[in-house]
Design a protein around this ligand. Structure first.
Ligand SMILES: *Cc1c(COP(=O)(O)O)cnc(C)c1O
Length: 345
């Protein structure tokens, strides 16, 4: 095995072509056996369903090297399950969950030389996705689909260490309406790009999206769930009464870490934005695969700044502890629940 000649430490979060991708096609009601491919392009009919009615779902996870040199990934079964659910919501054929996990392992193993070494801060980002490839002109599910996995090495999410960020509220919605907010699909991201660009132009890291019906409850950020810490030190996890928060695997894992490993009280409930304004929370964080937890120091709402007690200077103690414990489990330094860290090679 010869690692690629890459300056792992200076990688950013970008795409780089690797050796192999994985492909399987769905036609006449079934998936073919699937295979690795060195072809990193798709050639499609101009009438393919993806171009017109946006039938696309995706996933995101990472493979990385642990201290003992093993290549592992984290809870891929949950990505398989979530993609299964996302596909069903868009009337796309679901890819079998066991095959999903096997395909992830196969494509990572084939690209072993692209998995960044332990301690570099970089990881191999894995992006499974499914698109409608069959031709369709009337609004209907397409007759053919492709499931594909691309992998690409990415740099540490924080090059300069983990620092709190500033968010803002927005009148835009994060997701397409009617209960699609809980699926991982490009169509939801298409909805959030304008709000994201405006946030960045205003000097904000992201948006704090409120529920689209009443604009009263905190939902999530563009691509990360929120976590709060209340004055009693309990972890408060926003719940959506319309089921429009994406079920983040990082968030679900952190809930287990907080409850079962750190012995914290965890409260999953709808969270009013008024509570943020009233200073009810000492800490706030955004969680997702790429960054694990990004601390939030401040939220601006229509020109008024609301600063969390933990502030903009450094990560609050609870978010810090949660982050260290989960990354410790991922790196194999702390024993986590059975089956969380899956060995690939
Ligand atoms: C992927 C994603 C997350 C984070 O989920 P993880 O499984 O923790 O990576 C959160 N919100 C949205 C909208 C997402 O697409």
């Amino acid at each position: 095995m010869a690692k690629k000649d890459i300056d792992w430490g200076s990688l950013g979060f970008g795409y780089m072509k690797t050796d192999y991708s994985y492909v399987s096609n769905w036609k006449d009601g079934e998936w073919d056996e699937g295979a690795l491919t060195t072809d990193h392009t798709l050639t499609l009919s101009e009438c393919a369903g993806i171009f017109h009615y946006c039938q696309e779902v995706f996933e995101g996870l990472k493979a990385y090297t642990t201290e003992d040199g093993s290549i592992v990934c984290f809870r891929p079964d949950l990505n398989a399950e979530r993609m299964y659910d996302s596909a069903a919501r868009l009337e796309m054929p679901s890819f079998p969950k066991d095959r999903f996990v096997e395909a992830v392992k196969a494509v990572v193993k084939a690209n072993e030389d692209w998995v960044p070494p332990f301690g570099s801060g970089a990881t191999l980002y894995i992006r499974p996705f499914m698109v409608a490839t069959g031709e369709v002109i009337g609004v209907a599910p397409a007759p053919e689909y492709q499931f594909r996995i691309l992998v690409t090495p990415v740099g540490p999410y924080y090059s300069g260490g983990v620092k709190p960020v500033k968010l803002r509220t927005t009148m835009y919605d994060r997701a397409a309406p009617h209960g699609t907010g809980n699926i991982k699909a490009g169509l939801n991201y298409a909805m959030s790009i304008k709000a994201g660009v405006e946030a960045h132009n205003g000097g904000y890291a992201d948006n704090m999206y409120l529920d689209p019906q009443t604009r009263t409850y905190v939902e999530e950020a563009g691509g990360a769930n929120f976590l709060f810490v209340d004055k009693n030190g309990a972890l408060v996890v926003p719940q959506s009464f319309t089921d429009s928060i994406l079920p983040s695997i990082t968030r679900r894992s952190l809930v287990v870490v907080a409850q079962d490993i750190l012995g914290m009280e965890v409260i999953e409930r709808p969270v009013k934005f008024e509570e943020v304004k009233a200073g009810e929370f000492t800490e706030c964080g955004m969680c997702g695969t790429a960054a694990v937890i990004s601390p939030v120091g401040q939220v601006d709402d229509d020109g008024t700044e609301y600063v969390f007690a933990s502030g903009m200077k450094e990560v609050g103690p609870v978010m810090k502890k949660l982050r260290e414990t989960l990354t410790g489990i991922q790196e194999g330094k702390i024993e986590g629940p059975e089956g969380w860290v899956v060995k690939i090679s």
